[in-house]
Design a protein around this ligand. Structure first.
Ligand code: F6P
Length: 319
């Protein structure tokens, strides 16, 4: 009987639970034995591995976080840790491992593939920083969380006639900022991929004021190379407008996954099981338009991210 392990690794993202559920249930439907691996590669090294049945993934499709826990494993990056992980996979007789996570987790999976382990990778990160797939699981939910924050902040920003800088996550990718900024009607969006012009940002604030605008929302991606409070001081100095900072932080990682994140997670894991059943190995599963697609893992990792920088032009015209 085919035995398949499932793990979630790296930063948690809404939709991980939906991905776990689909893997476990479709695996069992295909006559496989399914095993949960706790805390990502950490649990793999420690052998925290247990069999999962259909009921074990009940009531999780709508929940953020991950039932299997997650971790960023430093030990797995060492030769000793990797050896132990491979040994555990062999001890438990796992024929394949489904890795649900982001870029770092995929790279970890590739090192397992180099040791002859069959890995199937499901892209799950709020950052949307994986070039081979149109989107990543968790991104849509995170953008909606930021949108809801923008709405609240806009109310108070207008009431006090302030500028507010909202710092969002995304590591070195500006997509959360770009999508939320465009959908939320932000005045300016600052991303790590392109330099920004402080004069233009300040000019926009002053011009907005002059035509009676009460608020000014700036979305700044965390990867932009300037400290957010420092930026607020500079804007205040140049415009004379009271400028506040809101760092959304981990708020963006939690919450109930949106329909599109649940659908992608469910379809991607379902496909991972079909690929294992059909004898495929070492694939990265993604979304191209409405289609679930899959590529050789190592090729997929090499494809550069394509941030939605064209959104900046729209934001510029529309805000
Ligand atoms: O990759 C997801 C993410 O939330 C990034 O946006 C952020 O830079 C990072 O993880 C934070 O990592 P940690 O959970 O280790 O603080």
């Amino acid at each position: 009987m085919t035995k398949v392990g499932v793990l979630t690794s790296g930063g948690d993202a809404p939709g991980m639970n939906a991905a776990i559920r689909a893997a476990v249930r479709n695996g069992i439907a295909n006559g496989m034995k399914m095993y949960g691996i706790e805390r990502g590669y950490e649990g793999l090294i420690d052998g925290d591995i247990y069999e999962m049945d259909i009921a074990s993934v009940g009531d999780i499709i709508h929940r953020g976080g991950t039932k299997l826990q997650t971790a960023r494993s430093k030990r797995f990056m060492t030769e000793e840790g990797l050896d132990k992980a491979v040994m555990m996979i062999q001890n438990f007789g796992l024929d394949a491992v489904i890795v649900i996570g982001g870029e770092g987790s995929f790279k970890g999976a590739a090192t397992l593939a180099d040791r002859g382990i069959n890995v199937m990778c499901v892209p799950c990160t709020i950052d949307n920083d994986m070039g081979y797939t149109d989107t990543t699981i968790g991104f849509d939910t995170a953008v909606n969380t930021v949108l809801s924050a923008i709405g609240n902040i806009r109310d108070t920003s207008s009431s006090h006639e302030r500028t507010t800088i909202i710092e969002v996550m995304g590591r070195s990718c500006g997509d959360i900022a770009l999508y939320a900024g465009l959908a939320g009607g932000a005045e300016s969006v600052l991303i790590p991929e392109l330099p920004f012009d402080l004069n233009a940002v300040c000019m926009r604030i002053v011009q907005g004021r002059n035509r009676g605008k009460k608020h000014n929302i700036i979305i700044k991606a965390e990867g932009v190379n300037i400290e957010t409070n420092e930026l607020a001081d500079m804007i205040h100095e140049r415009t004379g407008v009271d400028t506040k900072v809101v760092v959304l932080g981990y708020l963006q990682r939690g919450g109930t996954p949106t329909a599109s994140d649940r659908l992608f997670a469910t379809r991607a894991s379902f496909k991972a099981i079909e690929l294992i059943r059909d004898g495929a190995s070492n694939r990265a599963i993604g979304l191209a338009g409405m289609e679930i697609v899959h590529y050789p893992l190592k090729e997929a990792i090499e494809i550069p991210t394509r941030p939605a920088t064209d959104f900046l032009r729209l934001i510029d015209v529309l805000s």
